[in-house]
Design a protein around this ligand. Structure first.
Ligand code: NI
Length: 135
């Protein structure tokens, strides 16, 4: 972390009381840390909407017995070889696989990849978690 910059914020009392109760439930050690996270989340959201570079993970489960599904998922991943930086495959049970794809690239490419994988028949669940690629 760089040099700290301190500034004051004026808020209505009910709003800050409600925020304090909220962050207490999340076990934040300080209001500053909670506000820092809110700012970071907002900046990542901005990167996504403006087509900036993001990093993140796609987590999905699928039934590998579904006809041709594994080949199809591999073909899609090869089409996004510059976006996918790492993959991990776990055999969950006789039928199901868990795959974690670490991704980095244009937000639109990451979202297209996630959506393309998600709609394939046999993919049981897919979630995309986006983080900042820069800070
Ligand atoms: Ni497997």
């Amino acid at each position: 972390m760089g040099d700290l910059y301190r500034f004051g914020i004026s808020l209505e009392k009910p709003l800050i009381d409600s925020f304090d109760r909220h962050i207490e439930g999340l076990s934040y050690k300080s209001r500053s840390e909670a506000i820092r996270d809110l700012i970071r989340e907002e900046l990542v959201r901005k990167q996504c909407t403006e087509g900036g570079t993001v990093a993140g993970a796609i987590v999905m489960t699928y039934d590998h017995h579904k006809r041709e599904l594994v080949n199809l998922l591999l073909d899609i991943q090869h089409d996004f070889q510059t976006t996918i930086i790492s993959t991990q495959h776990v055999h969950l049970d006789h039928h199901h696989c868990l795959e974690i794809l670490a991704v980095k690239g244009r937000a639109s490419d990451v979202e297209t990849l996630a959506n393309t994988l998600k709609v394939q028949v046999g993919v049981k669940h897919l979630s995309l978690s986006i983080s900042s690629a820069t800070e």
